[in-house]
Design a protein. Sequence first.
Length: 338
Amino acid sequence: MYKYYNSNKMFFLFILFFSTLISISSNSWFGCWIGLEINLLSFIPLISNPNNMMMSEASLKYFLTQTIASINFLFMILMKMFLLNFFKFENLIMIMINSSLLMKIGSFPFHFWFPNIIEGLSWFNTFLLLTWQKISPMILLSYYFNKNFIILIMMFNSIIGAIGGINQSSIRKLMVFSSINNLSWMLAAILISENLWLLYMFIYSFIISLMCYLFYMTNTFYINQMFLMNFNSLIKILLTINFLSLGGLPPFIGFFSKWIIINFLLMNNFFILTFIFVMMSLIMLFFYIRIVYSSIMFNYLKMKWMKLMIKNNFLILFILLINMISILGIMLSTFFFF
């Protein structure tokens, strides 16, 4: 895995963060589009590696899909400008702008590029694609959206995310379908309030960052590697906590943000939508537990050449302390509602 501390990578990483700020702080659609383009052009050098064919292929696919979404977005904001007086086109243009932004974040029905690209990325790039790259399109989506269209997309995202991950053996692909499922919760949060979306995004990024770091540290990419590796028992505990938290199981902090969203949906009489969300979360928990099961239950492999050595014990203890925050999620939930 290539390193990130060389000056070129650091430069593009800085531009990546800066471009998101340009996009979300712009006061015109054209400025937002420029921010998205800079974001795309700074992410391509981060994910491409001439020595790795999978990474090069992933960067090309990512470039093509994002370019199509950007062209569509630019064309629609120009159409909106020219057809300002024609109200009959308003809904169509709104749906098309929403569609181009949904394509950028890998939402249904434009999600087919997402699993293919993620398979060629390192864990650090996977973390960026699952978290940071969603920020600017989702904030732009909150400025201008068709409510009925977004509710329909939320339902399908939840279903596709849950069903798509059942038959996967790659952990990165599982994370993608998990991300598509969580996208439905994020869209629900953004319909309710931007502050709630910020809370959900922060908690989701927090959990994903810990998981990506643990998989990077153990060099794990597939579920069957969990059977073969004799993990440190502390890492097993951390993985279990993170996966159950991501699935939204009550004692953990991942449940806190989902509980607030469910409350608001029920208050606004979205009973069918809430039912779909909860049922699909159960399916998500099924394949999270499948990953955890393979690392926890198969503890009889005591072959010394497979033993994983963690050199920096202080770092593991630090991650364990952070995970304690996750367990305190039930207290946060209780204080919020009572």
